[in-house]
Design a protein around this ligand. Structure first.
Ligand code: PRP
Length: 237
């Protein structure tokens, strides 16, 4: 009898340890502890949108887009690098004929001011003339990038031109650009994960989270401003 109790107690202890471990896992579903990366102890990430919510929402978006263009081949254009996971998941949830291509841009500006000037650094591989094009972005922030992209894509005479953005931060918009398909409207927080980076880090997180550096959450800063700061760090080290 004593042995039975001992076994039961051991099993319960193991179960408790396993539950605690799971809940502390950096990218776990019910993660109460912000993720910290070794060597970056001053940075932490709190989950804002879980991978389950992302997966579910992308499925809904894919169905909605397909329903709007029934029977038509769809050409997805991903904006590097942030949109890679979103495009990959969206494409795989979309029934019917789908092709895709990628484009890359960079923007000018100093550390504190974005000039709003965007420059093409990698063009598409193929023409979009006559195609139904869905521009796929991870985030619409000021809207400068998308405004630039739409202006060049429109000149190339696609049959239809639409925008799908996983995240939309309307508070920061400086242009009239809107996405036709939005995954999540988010507050003005600096988010990373699921393709979004800080200094090229955190893109590989499965969830989208809010980045904290030191004690303060990152706020009100353009993504490109952080990118510039991170590049400067790298250049001076
Ligand atoms: C991010 C994001 C969008 C853009 C949105 O790209 O992927 O392309 O900023 O910002 P905007 O609406 O203010 O123009 P980023 O320049 O960080 O490059 P990345 O995708 O390589 O991370």
């Amino acid at each position: 009898m004593n042995k039975l109790w001992l076994r039961l107690a051991l099993r319960m202890a193991r179960a408790i340890v396993s539950i605690q471990f799971h809940s502390m896992s950096p990218s776990g579903k019910n993660n109460p502890v912000p993720l910290r990366v070794a060597g970056r102890e001053d940075e932490s990430v709190r989950v804002l949108i879980s991978r389950e919510r992302i997966r579910k929402r992308i499925k809904e978006l894919a169905r909605k887009i397909r329903a709007d263009f029934q029977g038509e081949p769809l050409h997805l254009v991903g904006v590097l690098k942030g949109a890679v996971f979103f495009l990959a998941d969206l494409a795989r949830q979309m029934p019917g004929e789908v092709s895709f291509d990628f484009i890359a841009v960079s923007s000018y500006g100093d550390e504190t001011h974005s000039s709003g000037q965007v420059r093409l650094t990698r063009d598409l591989d193929s023409s979009i003339e006559g195609k139904t094009v869905i521009v796929v972005e991870d985030i619409l922030d000021t809207g400068m990038t998308m405004q630039y992209l739409l202006s060049i894509f429109q000149q190339r005479k696609p049959k239809h031109l639409r925008v799908a953005a996983l995240l939309d931060k309307p508070e920061r918009r400086l242009t009239a650009v809107q996405a036709d398909y939005v995954g999540f409207r988010i507050p003005n927080e600096f988010v990373v994960g699921y393709g979004l980076d800080y200094a090229e880090r955190y893109r590989n997180l499965l969830d989208v989270g809010v980045l904290t550096i030191g004690k303060a959450r990152k706020k009100k800063s353009a993504r490109r401003k952080h990118k510039k700061a991170a590049n400067d760090d790298r250049a001076s080290s």
